[in-house]
Design a protein around this ligand. Sequence first.
Ligand code: HEC
Length: 185
Amino acid sequence: MEADRKGLDGLPSKRVLIGNCTNRRRTHMLRVVAIVAALAVGATAVMAQNLSVIKQRRDVMAAIATSSSGNFKMSKGEVPFDLAKVQARLKTMQEEAAKFKGLFPGDSKTGGETAASAKIWQAKAEFEKAADTLLAEIKSASAAIKDEATLKAEYPKVAKSCGNCHKTTDGFAPSLAESFKRLKQ
Ligand code: HEC
């Protein structure tokens, strides 16, 4: 009987030994379960962080794009000129653009239906320069626009700076046409 009951390791499985083994295995299992649970919690935390920062930057860009599109239409004469509206939108754009480049941590490359290109993390300096240029153009437009003529003269510079990131190929983000389709109307 004793000889039949050999453990997996081939050691004689005396009752005491079985007891020890079982305890050790149980401890081991508990440790594995604890590690798996910790990893799962860690993964969830990372995922949640990803999704919130991606949502945040999409909201920031959506606010910039909505304001910019209003000013752009006005600069084209598609809607009547209104200085207060132009300036209010530039203020929103300035506040939002100031947040933008800080919303790209290394753990937010994918998920949340992000349209951000991997190039952002490969050419961080160039990306941040494009974000700084956008902010600088918004500020200088805000200082320069006093009437319809200055809106028409200055606004194209702001619109042009969107194109430092939004390109048909190899940009930091898809083309403006593609990006505007993503805006929740
Ligand atoms: C510094 C680079 C940069 C500049 C400059 C920039 N964008 Fe973006 N934009 C992005 C990135 C990156 C995304 C994608 C964000 C994501 O999906 O995670 C984006 C997303 C968008 C979106 C889609 C928002 C959504 O709902 O997901 C629109 C629309 C947009 N941009 C318009 C503009 C306009 C208009 C300008 C100029 C006023 C501009 N962008 C300037 C980088 C930029």
